[in-house]
Design a protein around this ligand. Structure first.
Ligand code: HEC
Length: 135
């Protein structure tokens, strides 16, 4: 009797954990949070991160490259690395960075003109990438 109670209690906890994790997984991948991210990313881009002072969201160049369709040529991992620390990414000079250097005509330039944005937390970066991918 006791064993059966303990078993059903245990089973209850296990299934509750399963339900709660499934719910979290759903929240993480749900389109609603993706849309929110895009909206947040847009506000960060035009607001505190100051991206718009150097980048147009069309394909026209300003100080930096025009960003329309640009995220499509980069992996999320590269974008995360770049936004987190442009100069280190520039120096590492992986294949995607070599391509960027070629496009902006700076194959041998030691420094990128894009400064590290201090205010960006991880959630901001995720939102910014979602926004860049929507352009
Ligand atoms: C001071 C000007 C400046 C600011 C501010 C700036 N960038 Fe840049 N960004 C550049 C330049 C310039 C490049 C191209 C590399 C170079 O010429 O040094 C670049 C490159 C990029 C690239 C790669 C583009 C490609 O064509 O592959 C992305 C993506 C990007 N920036 C996003 C952002 C985002 C998002 C922000 C805001 C968090 C931002 N940038 C803020 C100047 C800037």
């Amino acid at each position: 009797m006791l064993a059966r109670m303990a078993y059903s209690l245990g089973g209850g906890i296990v299934s509750r954990v399963v339900v709660v994790s499934a719910l979290f997984a759903f929240i993480l991948i749900s389109p609603v949070s993706w849309a929110d991210d895009i909206e947040d990313g847009k506000n960060i881009f035009n607001g505190p991160a100051g991206c718009q002072s150097c980048h147009k969201i069309t394909d026209k160049k300003s100080v930096g490259t025009g960003l329309a369709g640009n995220a499509g040529i980069h992996t999320d991992a590269w974008l995360l690395k770049w936004l987190n620390d442009p100069q280190t990414t520039w120096e590492e000079n992986d294949r995607e960075t070599q391509d960027l250097r070629k496009r902006v005509g700076k194959p041998n330039e030691p420094r990128t003109a894009m400064k590290k944005r201090k205010i960006l937390a991880e959630g901001d970066l995720r939102a910014l990438i979602a926004y860049l991918k929507s352009l």
